[in-house]
Write a protein that binds this ligand. Structure first.
Ligand code: ADP
Length: 472
């Protein structure tokens, strides 16, 4: 089943992002519309009020100069000129009784509100109200105003044209917004799909991996975005897992290989002991060889355990003040007989005073492994030199030999567990010495590097900090 089908559309991140995007877009559009609506309503009402006040001012002036009859006929003419369905005028006595008006056939439902007149008496120069006419959609804006101390004018003006304008605006707005919301949702969907497609690629690769192989990698689009970062990190993680698995596989093969020979030998010896007619000395020799093989096996198992423990980190180390100069000299003294036997000169070029904090037994083991290798791989007449130097924070130990050297093909692998170069297969050893030496150096916060040329010799350089890294 494809990934797309498996993720229910409703639950997909792309769908939810699109929904949010379209939702936010709709809400902000509605807010903008409401704001615009309020502003335009206020503006229209204000303009209508200004027009009505203009009428009042003109009629007041006319009343003052030409009298009430002139005002009455001016009102009739004005209403006819503007349109009897647009504006009306009513002249009222102080009791609110109509004594003259323009053509009111269209406006007969409009009443005279006592409250409006009362407010006039209470001192308001004019009173506005907006009323809706029953059975008609339009609204009317009405103004009550004192034309003179005895005449009240009620003037009304329809807001229909404004309502029509507003209705048209509303229609256009809703159509445009609906169209834009559909486009925005489509665009949002496209963007969200684009954004999550990278995550889907990672998931698809992970599914393929869990199903079969570790060789799959997530395609990196080189856009440099977060999804690319995720893909790069995921691929790096896969590289690391693949390397680890390869190492584990190689190690298992090496262990199996290295265990098979001694166990076969032990079995062979045991088989021989079952045959009769052997002398006591022969039985003792066989028992001795079995013990030797067992010791070799135990040594290998113990070294492997020690590597694992050392790789577990600094927490497993003792913290002691180590006189490194003294320790190197002691190691040289220990290996002197071995060097002498092989006709090799062992030179210990170590000034006094180099010291560090660390695990003395571990450092001893590391130096022994390197000196042992140097002497093992150097022919008679050769030279092995141990030296030490230091700077403010570090001590640098160097073990140099003029031996057989290491080929460029082998050089990158010599620190791997159980790796042995072909030319050393005749020598004793199990291929764990350098792995342990490097694990010890790294546990102390340092490292080992090597330079070598075949038939010219090798130099192993150990860099160690003077104090241990802090514990986790
Ligand atoms: P081994 O038990 O075989 O010595 P190591 O891990 O100590 O295992 O070394 C791995 C391989 O590196 C050795 O088998 C050897 O071929 C090579 N090697 C180590 N040190 C030297 C050296 N000083 N000169 C040449 N080859 C070396």
């Amino acid at each position: 089943m494809s990934l797309k089908k498996r993720i229910n559309l409703k639950n997909s991140l792309a769908f939810r992002l699109t929904l949010w995007y379209a939702g936010i877009f709709t809400v902000s559009s509605c807010v903008a519309f409401l704001l615009f609506y309020t502003l335009i309503t206020l503006f229209i009402r204000d303009r209508t009020d200004q027009e009505l006040l203009g009428q009042v001012n003109r009629f007041s002036a006319l009343l003052a100069t030409e009298g009430v009859e002139a005002v009455k006929s001016a009102a009739v003419i004005e209403a006819q000129a503007a349109g009897v369905k647009k504006v009306f005028f009513r002249f009222l006595s102080l009791r609110g009784q109509v004594f003259s008006s323009s053509n009111m056939s269209y406006w007969k439902d409009i009443e005279i509100h006592e409250t409006g007149i009362r407010k006039l008496f209470l001192g308001s120069g004019h009173v506005f109200e907006t009323i809706a006419i029953p059975d008609r959609k339009e609204k009317v804006r009405i103004l009550y105003a004192m034309l003179s101390p005895t005449v009240i004018l009620q003037v009304g003006q329809t807001m229909e044209s404004y309502s029509r304008l507003f209705d048209a605006f509303q229609g256009i707005f809703i159509t445009t917004m609906s169209f834009l919301i559909v486009i925005a949702a489509g665009f949002g969907w496209f963007m969200a799909r684009r954004a999550v497609s990278g995550v889907e690629a990672v998931t698809r690769t992970a599914q393929k991996i869990s199903g079969s192989t570790l060789k799959e990698r997530v395609p990196v689009k080189a856009r440099g975005d977060e999804i690319d970062q995720l893909a790069i990190t995921f691929n790096q993680m896969l590289d690391r897992i693949q390397t680890l698995l390869t190492e584990i596989k190689e190690m298992s093969e090496n262990i199996a290989h290295d265990l098979r020979s001694p166990i076969t030998r032990i079995r062979g010896v045991a088989e021989v002991t079952l045959t009769t007619g052997k002398s006591l000395a022969e039985y003792e020799a066989m028992a001795g060889s079995t013990i030797e093989e067992c010791d070799r096996l135990l040594g290998m198992i113990n070294t492997m355990l020690m590597i694992s423990k050392t790789e577990a980190g600094v927490d497993n180390l003792a913290r002691e003040e180590i006189d490194l100069s003294g320790l190197i000299r002691e190691a040289c003294e220990l290996f002197e007989p071995m060097a002498e036997d092989k006709g090799i000169t062992l030179s210990c070029n170590v000034p006094n005073g180099s010291s560090m904090i660390g695990d003395i037994r571990m450092i001893q083991r590391m130096l022994s492994n390197l000196l042992d290798n140097a002497i093992k791989n150097t022919s008679s007449g050769g030279l092995v030199t141990a030296s030490v130097s230091e700077n403010v924070n570090q001590v640098v130990v160097s073990i140099k030999d003029t031996g057989i050297g290491i080929s460029p093909k082998d050089l990158p692998h010599i620190f791997e567990r159980f790796y042995r170069c072909d030319q050393s297969r005749s020598q004793t050893g199990i291929g764990l010495g350098l792995s342990l030496a490097r694990a010890i150096a790294r546990a102390h916060g340092g490292d080992i590097t090597v330079t070598s040329s075949p038939n010219q010799g090798s130099t192993f350089t150990i860099t160690l900090p003077k104090s241990l890294p802090s514990q986790s």
